[in-house]
Design a binder for this molecule. Structure first.
Ligand code: GLU
Length: 418
């Protein structure tokens, strides 16, 4: 499994695991098992493109750990996807699900592709063939994919349909994050962003402050960032900066997020939005704000640019947006960094709710989903905060430590670590 070490995300995940394992004196056998995934699949996925050519795409599904329940985690479509990255993200899902108290293990999938360059027809074929190749490895009791970077509810609908056709009956629990019309949950679309906002509220509360009137910059205006901005704005936060692939925007008086969402519906990107000044992505990260929420890709805050960061609280809406070294630096400077496995857990929490609803065929109202999500996010934050205060450790080390303690108990009880 040496190849896994090639990517920076996997190495950063291992560094985090090592740091917290030392703090809690994790059982060495448990540690050995968590360092590598249970299973890593590499798939050559053939697609007949619209022009008649056959193109082979590289697809991956990594199943890291299933001690607490079925493997669970998203499927990513991005040109930079590698086996190492998917494996690192799969491990992060194990830690996230354990920390949040969910009965789920960790997995992740990815296809090396730029989805923006494929037609809808090509994307559908790619998704269906990938699902077909995975057929025996996924299922509601085995491994449950969900949306991630570059995929959405339509991707999940195709996966559900392909899997169900092959099984011979409609099997909605095989994926989460699917449209509500075919077994999805209300509130799943906004769940990760809303979870980020619940975590921001809790982080501010530790400083005796409130969200209303606080300033916020959001990097990424997609599935996570856009909803985080919408929810924070609705609760009275001043969203002074946002960015997407087209550039970044700044308005010291706060951007009207409702207007911006309407603008992006018409223009696809935030670029050209008239009620804010155009800035670049580095300037956005360096804004003097109360809270910075990096909600796009991994590796955006590193040793290179960490000194320019001025925010007092950083909430990792994306998976792995900061290197461990950058996070340590900010921590020493008195900045609170809430790590991904806690901060962006809202998505998989509502995925869990969706999976439960599909099992019992009884669907909940959006209010019920939001209130149950709030309970889990608040409770998880409190656990991590309590560990951090008691042991004088950062939120990053503490989140991983709390997660590892649950996994350690479960693995020892099951006789998996002798
Ligand atoms: N892709 C999301 C994550 O990284 C959601 C995963 C899921 O719902 O299974 O947490």
């Amino acid at each position: 499994m040496e190849g896994l070490m090639e990517g920076s995300l996997y190495r950063s995940m291992l560094e985090s695991l090592n740091n917290s394992a030392k703090v809690i004196k994790l059982n060495p056998n448990v540690y050995e098992r968590l360092k590598v995934p249970r299973r890593a699949l590499i798939l050559g996925v053939p697609v007949k493109m619209d022009d008649g050519r056959v193109h082979m795409f590289s697809g991956y599904r990594v199943q890291h750990n299933q001690t607490l329940g079925p493997f669970k985690g998203g499927l990513r479509y991005h040109p930079s996807v590698t086996l190492s990255e998917v494996a690192g993200l799969a491990a992060l899902m194990t830690f996230k699900n354990s920390l949040l108290g969910l009965p789920l293990g960790g997995g992740k999938g990815g296809i090396q592709v730029d989805p923006g360059k494929l037609s809808k027809n090509e994307l559908e074929h790619l998704t269906r063939r990938f699902t077909s190749e995975l057929n025996t490895f996924i299922g509601p009791d085995k491994d449950i994919p969900a949306p991630d970077v570059g995929t959405d509810s339509q991707t999940m609908a195709w996966m559900l349909d392909t899997y169900s056709l092959e099984m011979g009956y409609s099997n909605t629990g095989v994926v989460t994050g699917k449209p509500v019309e075919i077994g999805g949950s209300l509130g799943r679309d906004s769940a990760t962003g809303l979870g980020v906002v619940y975590i921001i509220e809790k982080a501010l509360a530790t400083m005796g402050r409130k969200l209303s009137g606080s300033t916020l910059a959001v990097q990424g205006f997609g599935k996570v960032g856009m909803h985080a901005a919408i929810e924070a704005y609705a609760l009275g936060a001043k969203v002074v900066g946002v960015s997407d692939v087209s550039g970044a925007l700044y308005n010291p008086n706060g951007i009207n997020i409702g207007d911006l969402v309407r603008y992006t519906k018409e223009n696809k990107f935030i670029k050209g939005f008239p009620e804010a000044e155009a800035i670049n992505n580095e300037e956005l990260l360096a804004l003097d704000v109360d809270i910075l929420a990096p909600c796009a890709l991994d590796g955006v805050i590193t040793e290179e640019n960490v000194e320019s960061i001025k925010a007092q609280i950083i909430v990792e809406g994306a998976n792995g947006p900061m290197t461990t070294a950058a996070s340590d630096y900010l921590n020493k400077r008195g900045c609170m960094v809430v790590p991904d496995i806690l901060a962006n857990g809202g998505g998989v929490v509502v995925s869990y709710f969706e999976w439960v609803q599909d099992i019992v065929w009884l669907f909940w109202s959006e209010e019920e989903v939001r209130s149950k999500l709030k309970t889990i996010m608040y409770r998880s934050f409190d656990k991590v905060w309590e560990f951090a205060s008691k042991n004088k450790q950062s939120m990053r080390v503490s989140a991983m430590a709390v997660s590892l303690q649950r996994l350690e108990k479960a693995m020892l009880l099951r006789g998996q670590a002798w």
